[in-house]
Write a protein that binds this ligand. Sequence first.
Ligand code: BDP
Length: 329
Amino acid sequence: MTRISSLKLGAAALAALTALAAAPVAAEDWRGWNIHPPTYPNGIALDAFAEKVAEATDGRVTPTVYHNAVLGDQPDAIEQTRNGALDFGNFNMGPMGPIVPATNILSLPFIFSSVDQMHKVMDGEIGQRFSDALAEEGLVALAWFDSGARSLYNTKKPVKTPADVQGMKVRVMNNQLYVDMIGALGGNATPMAFGEVYQSLKTGVIDGAENNYPSYESTNHYEVAGYYSITEHLIIPECLCVSTASWEALSAEDQEAVKQAAVEAAQMQRELWAERETASLAKVREAGAEINEVDDKAAFQSAMDPVYAGFIEKNPDLKSWIDDIKAVK
Ligand code: BDP
């Protein structure tokens, strides 16, 4: 080969290499978990997140959201996201507690005085502490979704006082704190997957469950458990969390784009959430559900003293977190 042609070849190879470098690197096809239908506020916001991420990263990250828990139950999905089998998900802090103990604080009944106060806490320094705790367990919490307040509902009668819960079989999410919570009211708690609750209510395997209006409505639980009592015993935030493994595979620039998309998605979710709460309440009322205020919320609250005492005994280092949350007005 003459010197000239070898030079030419070198230039061609260089051009080919440059073209390759300019072409998008193999895209990260992210898989995301959602327990709710795509039309639920969280589903809509997650799809918007996916779209924004694909756009803002020029297709370097292309997320797909799998709705309706088709990729598994929540505790499994959290594990899969931690170990990188899934890339992201919208997780409630209830089933997160057994995996990331500090997040159990968010499952203490009546820990927040209102949804607004919960937002203040989670968007501030204390929220960052929870994010740090999640980060230690392989999850990057990018933003916080709303999940309203959870109240008790059942197939038998309106709950007005703690005594009305006596002997009731109540489904709870997978967390010992909720078993203790229902136990403190004299009921029997059964941890069970979200998707099994409708049938269990219908067949009398359980008498009741607890959730916010949108979930009470979207699952059709109101059709089989028509007494909804406004106990508002839990206000639990939910994260939009990314697997640390997926996160670390991104450039700093793409991380920033993903973070921004998550913050925008959370903003959207909170707006949709507020609308859906009103719409769900109207829908279940119209369908005949009986919604009642409880006689004395303080009675439910003080019944939780042993739950707090037990928690603090097991987690003395987290006592100050409880005080810090209560101090946010
Ligand atoms: C809904 C939460 C969801 C929970 C579900 C439940 O958004 O993450 O899995 O309650 O009760 O409100 O299991």
